[in-house]
Write a protein that binds this ligand. Sequence first.
Ligand code: DC
Length: 227
Amino acid sequence: MRIYNVAIDGPAGAGKSTIAKKAAAELRFVYIDTGAMYRAMAVYFLDHGIDKNDEQAISEACKDIDIEIKYDAGNTQRVFLERVDVTDRLRTQEVGDTASVISVYKDVRKNLVALQRRLAESQNVIMDGRDIASVVLPYAEVKIYLTASSEVRAKRRYDELIAKGIECDFNAVKNEIEERDWRDMHRENSPLVRVPEAVLIDTSDMTIDEVAQKVIELVKEEMAKDI
Ligand code: DC
């Protein structure tokens, strides 16, 4: 049986994980959130008091870090760090910022890219991240670049924080998003890029359902070619 790999890249807040999760459920593909793996690495460095700016210490430590991906009964991805489920610790601002800093290091990426490729080898996957089409799965059958204006992405993030009861300032949230974009796009190792063959979807004025349906359509079109 043929294996299909779907790569979705894009900046923070474009809606990648929400869309990928929804499309994967409908297509019965496995959803793989690679950002969560970089976040799990960040948790390790935070827990062990390793300075995120000390590349040498990080490179040394990350060779032995054990990260595993499993799925619970509801088909939700759970991330295990050193055999402990850390999924519920991944979504904080501190972990996100640390992940963005440590993801520039070559050795961190080497460890995680190998794990990501292994996961995509034997099953149909929708994988989201920054370098999926360009580095991790260059032979993916479907490649999508999902984006939205920084204004819209900041508004989504701001609403999310307010809904959680976290006080914040819209302009500060927008600045953080733009800073993260800059770091992700300008780093030396595997920067966020749109490969020429990726289908561009700007989600600024689209609903989650509209975007998910578009992704599903693209995958089904690809699968129909083999029938
Ligand atoms: O998508 P996210 O916000 O969960 O990702 C957290 C950080 O991890 C992000 O700032 C950049 C990094 N990342 C990466 O470098 N490569 C990936 N494939 C996924 C995430």
